[in-house]
Design a protein around this ligand. Structure first.
Ligand code: BTN
Length: 248
């Protein structure tokens, strides 16, 4: 266990674990008995998980950053906002150019540089959340031979190449994200800044729901973090985090 640098926090990230390699930083926190706010960062992830049961691609050491943070005592009613606030915290740490694609992808330009997976472990008897884990996968730079075909034109890195990323202090960036996350989750409500940084409202989108894709128009982000859309037949629907993903 290491001291996390430049942290303002008394709990979130106070316990900081650095692993050379792990299957999934989210699973690592879910399977252990860790203090509230424990943060784990890994240089390499061999079985990373993405949203909607997808896998999260494995990158060579240095090319990506994998970070997860544990939250004890989270109310079910607050879980819907957690991924959005995590997206906002990450976007803020990356600077003014970063944008959010509902619910919590972080983009620079038109490229996704960060994916976030929030998971909760529920106590079946009480139905309460035992703990939640927020996992952040951040592409630091694109490899010289680029991303796999399925991610070409979609994924990007926060730096253009390895040389440009050379000076990046990863621990500091991780600490800044955790600081911002702490700030954002102090009050679980959706700030206007999230809406202002979001690319989606007003755009024509494709909604990917299991193996079906449909067109709709994104209208607005509701205060509880759900997305209101106008379907192709003119009816209104409200989409929740985890149910669908969208393509813009
Ligand atoms: C997405 O599908 O966009 C979400 C990807 C989340 C990936 C991160 S990497 C760190 C953490 N550990 C995992 O197994 N997944 C998340």
């Amino acid at each position: 266990m290491e001291e996390m640098p430049v942290l303002h926090t008394k709990w979130c990230g106070k316990h900081w674990i650095h692993l050379d390699e792990v299957a999934s930083t989210n699973d690592y926190l879910k399977q252990g008995d860790f203090a509230d706010g424990t943060a784990v960062i890994a240089d390499r992830q061999t079985a990373g998980k993405g949203r909607q049961g997808k896998s999260w691609s494995e990158a060579p050491v240095g090319q990506a950053m994998y970070l997860s943070v544990l939250f004890h005592s989270m109310k079910i009613s607050d879980m819907g906002l957690l991924p959005l606030l995590c997206g906002l915290a990450t976007a803020r740490s990356l600077g003014a150019a970063a944008r959010i694609k509902w619910p919590n992808d972080v983009l620079l330009g038109e490229k996704k540089v960060c994916g976030i997976l929030t998971e909760a472990v529920t106590d079946f008897e009480s139905g309460n959340i035992e703990f939640a884990v927020v996992g952040i996968g951040l592409n630091i730079f694109e490899a010289a031979d680029g991303y796999p075909d399925s991610l070409k034109g979609i994924a990007g890195g926060i730096y253009e190449n390895r040389e440009a990323a050379g000076e990046l202090d990863r621990s500091r960036l991780a600490a800044e994200i955790v600081n911002a996350l702490l700030e954002e989750t102090r009050e679980l409500r959706l700030p206007q800044e999230y809406i202002e940084h979001n690319l989606v409202p007003g755009r024509e989108i494709c909604i990917s729901d299991g193996d079906k894709i449909r067109r709709a128009k994104a209208l607005e982000i509701c205060p509880d973090g759900r997305l209101k859309v106008e379907e192709a037949d003119g009816s209104l629907s409200v989409l929740s985090y985890g149910e669908v993903s969208i393509i813009i």
